[in-house]
Design a protein around this ligand. Structure first.
Ligand code: 5AD
Ligand code: SF4
Length: 433
């Protein structure tokens, strides 16, 4: 979601005449987009800001002004603390008000204001005010839903991104058409809790994610469709049917379970158990036997025992994830879990994370190795590390690199897989001699 937000902010700045630079020394404006989900992500901002201040001072010695802004969830959570910790920041706003960026910059340029802070939960939707989106390549994100009403006990999202909001069906389709007409072949529909989507159609009737996926599948020129991130308890039968009926829907689904222990899931305030989660996985596999899964895991949640952790390892074996994200529990101020008894020592968290990741990486490597000799459709997204090479993704989101010309960027080509590691596949474009 932050990548999507950053892209939209960059588009607004381009419309205002700003040009992207890779060198911070050259930047008249530096805008950080931030994540508050774990402590490490939030702390990174303040060390990055320290570096930005040094560059701002160097530039000032040469008579150059630098405006520094901070966007995103850290601002929403820290509020005016941002200016206390980093008084040289010129403006800061949360994830729900970035449509106001042009006005804020105009005010700052006109020296009308400084230290502008905008952390309102606005009545209007920013999506109604953002300029039209444009594709940056063959794959695009498209935010259809934002916020979350689940209040998992460890998570800051409901406090930083607010309550659930779904964009109207017609708005989503219009943005999708615009992305396709500017070069997109694959769209990944985004939401913190994307499968609780309930946007209104043109007649004001609330529609679910399955309805939207069916509409998206009818769009000319769209080749691939994905959606992220789903909440297991909200996977309904309509959605399961999409995985049977819609060829355009890629056979890879991110469905976070967080833990395999029912006791921990309850403390996490998740509305599923290990068993109900596995039931959903079973139904999805019945709908499309080619479907594979990824997940998020948290280890070392307060009071997690060796037994609870063993249940997490067990669910990994049962599902056989082909990819996953795993994290040590991170105490987030203001969330219920932060005050729970039985906080787990860092050393234990690290040991458990190492064990879990070894298992997950092993599964990922095995899946990649089983791909050797097979041919996949690969959508090429960017230049490879070496000249004459491009990288792209298989339907299962595996990274592939292969020799290909720059004309193939944004194209889907058949690629035979020659070798595999944990993180990438090497391939050869099938019709390339
Ligand atoms: N500590 C560790 N991981 C967290 N996540 C969310 N909140 C926390 C936290 N406090 C993880 C969850 C979620 C992913 C986006 O980040 O696994 O699915
Ligand atoms: Fe956070 Fe996801 Fe739980 Fe919502 S469903 S509170 S975004 S972990």
């Amino acid at each position: 979601m932050n990548v999507y937000d950053s892209h939209r902010m960059a588009m607004m700045l381009q419309d205002m005449g700003y040009v992207k630079t890779d060198l911070q020394q050259d930047a008249d404006l530096v805008l950080f987009n931030t994540c508050h989900i774990r402590e490490k992500a939030a702390e990174k901002l303040f060390s990055d800001l320290g570096r930005a201040l040094m560059i701002k001072n160097e530039r000032a010695e040469n008579g150059l002004q630098t405006v520094i802004g901070v966007a995103g969830c850290v601002v929403q959570a820290e509020d005016e603390q941002i200016f206390k910790r980093a008084p040289f920041v010129d403006f800061a706003f949360g994830p729900l008000t970035y449509h106001r960026l042009p006005q804020i910059l105009k005010d700052i340029e006109a020296e009308k204001q400084s230290c502008v802070l905008d952390t309102n939960f606005p009545a209007e939707s920013k999506f109604d005010f953002l300029p039209q989106n444009k594709a940056e390549g063959g794959c695009s994100f498209l935010a259809i839903q934002e916020g979350c009403n689940n209040f998992c006990s460890y998570c800051v999202v409901p406090y930083t991104r607010g309550v659930e909001y779904s964009r109207p069906v017609e708005d989503v389709l219009a943005e999708a058409k615009r992305l396709i007409s500017t070069g997109t072949k694959e769209i990944n529909l985004l939401g913190q809790n994307v499968n609780s989507y309930h946007g209104e159609d043109a007649r004001g009737v609330e529609r679910n994610l399955a309805y939207l996926l069916n509409k998206m599948a009818e769009l000319d020129g769209l080749k691939r469709l994905r959606y992220t991130t789903s909440y297991p308890a909200d996977v309904d039968d309509d959605l399961i049917l999409c995985h049977k009926n819609l060829d355009i829907l890629m056979p890879y689904l991110h469905l976070p379970v967080q833990s395999g222990s029912d006791r921990i899931l309850k403390l996490m305030n998740r509305r599923h158990t290990a068993e109900t989660y596995l039931e959903v996985i079973g139904k999805l596999k019945d709908a499309n036997p080619n479907l594979r899964f990824s997940s998020d895991f948290i280890v070392g949640f307060p009071s997690e025992t060796d037994e609870d952790f063993a249940a997490t390892l067990d669910i990994v074996d049962k599902v056989g994830y082909i990819q996953a994200f795993s994290f040590k529990y991170s105490k987030r101020p203001g969330t219920p879990a932060a005050d729970m008894e039985g906080q787990i020592p860092e050393k234990v968290k690290k040991e458990r994370l190492d064990i879990l990741q070894t298992k997950l990486f092993d599964l990922q490597t095995k899946f990649n190795q089983a791909s050797v000799g097979k041919t996949f459709d690969v959508l090429f997204e960017s230049s490879g590390r070496h000249k004459g090479q491009l990288t792209g993704r298989t339907p299962y989101m595996q990274n592939v690199y292969a020799d290909a010309s720059n004309n193939d960027l944004g194209q889907i080509l058949k690629v035979k897989i020659l070798s595999a590691t944990t993180n990438s596949l090497e391939g050869k474009v099938a019709n390339n001699g």
